[in-house]
Design a protein around this ligand. Structure first.
Ligand code: SAM
Length: 244
């Protein structure tokens, strides 16, 4: 059946490809891939010979319109990114919106995702969490972004590149304080590792040569937001207090 299929791919371990993901990629008319060379390797491994087209951050407008035409003409399109769930710190959301606006069915397959894997492994609360993805690279913007998270009570999830990890942890310490955190390194791969402790301890650990892929999971705050904001926002409350 025609439609846009969102297909997650492994984040390091090829065995995390699902049976359904392989079948959908085989049956699709077109696979739209963030990096066709990367996806070609996956296709070779799973004996998939579906036509590949590129869909990434820099061609998503032109490529998206072309894919929409394909979808409208009844073709089945499968979207993959380099690793994990498309649309999560990866291209995908724009194409999904295009499809929804055109009344084309969107089918998302569940599968590998670094953020949720790390969150569950961290041992930090999972009832409420905030996925942030990558913080801004520039110091001032990163600081501002972190300031908006100071009073977030849910567990915080970040992605970070290895060569920026130390700087990012420095930012966490400065703005959020010395909270508990988990570094999830090289998930599902041979050197999978968890570093659990405080931000300061993680900074010590990051003194050495940092390599691999990381998810950073940080505990939320137990502090209430400063109350003057609430009082200003609730004039009725103030009147009641005045009457009493
Ligand atoms: N769409 C992907 C997903 O669903 O997880 C995320 C893509 S994002 C461009 C890449 C970032 O995800 C990396 O910089 C790293 O922070 C995180 N990541 C991906 N694979 C990982 C792994 N095996 N171990 C730890 N972190 C990983």
């Amino acid at each position: 059946t025609n439609g846009l299929y969102i297909v997650p791919t492994p984040i390091g371990n090829l065995e995390d490809m699902t049976y359904r993901a392989v079948r959908i990629l085989q049956e699709a008319d077109i696979i739209a891939a963030e990096d066709t060379r990367q996806t070609m390797k996956l296709c070779n491994h799973f004996e998939i010979d579906t036509k590949l087209v590129s869909y990434h951050e820099h061609n998503k407008q032109v490529s998206g319109e072309r894919l929409l035409e394909d979808l409208l003409s009844g073709k089945q399109v499968a979207l993959v990114s380099d690793a994990g769930m498309p649309g999560i710190s990866d291209p995908g959301s724009d194409l999904i919106r295009l499809a929804i606006a055109a009344d084309i069915p969107v089918v998302v397959l569940p599968g590998a995702n670094a953020a949720l894997t790390a969150l569950v492994a961290s041992g930090l609360p999972t009832e409420r969490f905030l996925y942030y993805g990558f913080l801004p690279r520039k110091k001032k913007e990163r600081r501002e972004a972190l300031e908006t998270l100071c009073y977030e009570q849910g567990t915080l999830i970040f992605y970070e590149a290895p060569h920026r990890l130390k700087e990012m942890l420095g930012g966490l310490l400065e703005i959020l304080g010395d909270r508990q955190l988990t570094l999830a390194r090289e998930l599902t791969k041979r050197y999978e590792e968890y570093i659990r402790g405080s931000v300061t301890e993680a900074l010590d650990w990051a003194e050495e040569d940092v390599r691999g892929e990381f998810v950073v999971i940080v505990e939320g705050t137990t502090e209430e937001r400063p109350s003057e904001i609430q009082q200003e926002a609730d004039p009725l409350d103030q009147i009641e207090r005045y009457i009493a």
